[in-house]
Design a protein around this ligand. Sequence first.
Ligand SMILES: Nc1ncnc2c1ncn2[C@@H]1O[C@H](COP(=O)(O)OP(=O)(O)OP(=O)(O)O)[C@@H](O)[C@H]1O
Ligand SMILES: [Mg+2]
Length: 266
Amino acid sequence: MEKTVLSVENLWISIRQDKPVVQDISFAICQGTVLGIVGESGSGKTMLCKAILGLLQHQSSVAVTGRVLVNGKDILKISARELQSMRGNEIGVIMQNPMTAFNPLIKIGGHIIETLMAHRTISKQEAYATGIAMLKKMNLPRPEEIMNSYSCSLSGGMLQRIMAAIAMASSPAVLIADEPTTALDVKNQALLLDEIEKIKNEEKPGIVLVSHDLAVIARIADEVAVMKAGKIVEQGQIYQVFEEPVHSYTKELLSARLMGGRRVRC
Ligand SMILES: Nc1ncnc2c1ncn2[C@@H]1O[C@H](COP(=O)(O)OP(=O)(O)OP(=O)(O)O)[C@@H](O)[C@H]1O
Ligand SMILES: [Mg+2]
């Protein structure tokens, strides 16, 4: 039996005392397993990811209750300092917009070396060599050139794969990917999904993958949770939920995708 790396228990999130945007969400993810999260816009998917990353509990306007256990440690209870270290070491993240994730004034090599040196006791030269190896592993061509480039000269698809490589630099137990393919064209979507699949099979983190695209979820995820208005309305093994959906909202999502050539987003 694989180890549970992420466990979310009875998570509630409210902003400025309004109606909760996440309501009583619970799930657990084992090593090497991908949980896909789908749901309409505004259903709370990003807020859930932010809570797992520990980005919400220190905000005065946000109330978060419940538990978010990463390798058994409750993200919601630890100090800001411990959180900082966990975010780099035990939780990796691939964000939606690769263009804003990189400082445009720092070369990609600078980003990679800084991340590696923050997590490992290695020299700058060793970090450079490791960076090159990481980029090669992600099938990125001409890694030396990439190390020497600024983000503005690389495509969104390449930046997204570089972000995946950086996210995995410290072999985190949990990887959060919130709509990682949304800003990419079809070819780059496929390349990034190849990389995520490789990460899943080789490094085996527990992965939370949020996507509007049911085809993305169907390709990568083992389990799926369907969110609506802050709640998980249906959750199970991917084949089970996609082949025999029980909740009317899940049926609606699936038929929207199957019926309308244009309605591929839920
Ligand atoms: N900073 C904020 N202040 C107030 N309300 C917010 C804030 N951020 C998000 N919300 C609200 O929280 C709810 C959940 O938003 P969230 O971004 O998690 O949705 P989502 O499922 O990720 O949507 P999308 O698919 O469009 O990315 C929404 O009703 C949104 O309006
Ligand atoms: Mg979102």
